[in-house]
Ligand binder design. Structure first.
Ligand code: 13P
Length: 252
């Protein structure tokens, strides 16, 4: 099964609108020949439309960093629906990032509602999972990730799963400079494929793309991408600079 790699940049809560547009425009020529993978950037909400408009027609896709569990207009102050992201030019949305789980009360249940809302609106959801250091050290990592997946992807059909990308981001590797070794990442990625197979069948599992995230840099991407079950990367810090992100995109 050949799976098209995905290299996604999560800009988190960085960059004003002008800076976001500048980075996207700088990135555009640097990744123009990257047909080997899907290239995605996730700017802050306020910059989505400006960025999407300016890179329209390029091979760079745009993602939101979160969406509401609700998918209809309504009295939900501060929320943004998946269809609003689509309206702003997004094709993807990141859901269940560990920073949202840790600091903003995201649960496997809300991830599940958001994934369904995203798919319903026609977006592809990048669903993040990953264990904390203490969970890894106590031998609980696989259980935690398994529960995040079964809860987060509950009730999704094989068709729905075509619009799911999974991102494995061990919390201890995010922003710490401490990347999981390619072997550690591969080990969990292969477990993830097994968990998906158990819940959604082997065909879905063979197709689903699983990204690694956590201190991915131009220096370590090639080695990670050599692993059988690593289908791409979700990059934080190193995606903020167009040249460094382009090096990751052009890893081969
Ligand atoms: P870093 O690449 O900065 O470790 O962040 C990873 C991440 O959280 C991407 O979503």
């Amino acid at each position: 099964m050949t799976r098209k790699p995905v290299i996604a940049g999560n800009w988190k809560m960085y960059k004003l609108i002008d800076e976001s547009v500048d980075t996207a425009l700088n990135l555009k020529p640097l990744v123009a020949n990257a047909t080997h993978c899907d290239v995605i950037i996730a700017p802050v909400f306020t910059a989505l439309k400006s960025v999407a408009d300016r890179i329209e027609g390029s091979n760079i896709l745009v993602a939101g960093q979160d969406c509401s569990t609700q998918n209809t207009f309504g009295a939900h102050t501060g929320e943004i629906t998946a269809s609003m992201l689509l309206d702003a030019g997004c094709s993807h949305v990141i859901i269940g990032h560990s920073e949202r789980r840790q600091f903003y009360g995201e649960t496997n249940e809300s991830v599940n509602h958001k994934a369904k809302a995203a798919i319903g609106a026609g977006l592809t959801a990048i669903v993040c999972v990953g264990e904390h250091l203490a969970e890894r050290e106590s031998g609980d990592a696989e259980n935690v990730v398994s529960e995040q997946l079964s809860g987060g992807l509950e009730g999704l059909t094989a068709n729905d799963m075509e619009r799911i990308i999974i991102a494995y981001e061990p919390v201890w590797a995010i922003g710490t400079g401490k990347t999981a070794t390619p072997e550690q990442a591969q080990e969990m990625h292969s477990c993830i494929r097994r968990f998906v197979s158990k819940d959604h069948g082997s065909e879905v599992a063979a197709k689903v793309r699983i990204l690694y995230g956590g201190s991915v840099k131009p220096e370590n991407i090639s080695e990670l991408m050599l692993q059988a079950d690593i289908d791409g990367a979700l990059v934080g810090g190193a995606s903020l600079d167009a040249e460094s992100f382009a090096k990751i995109v052009n890893y081969r």
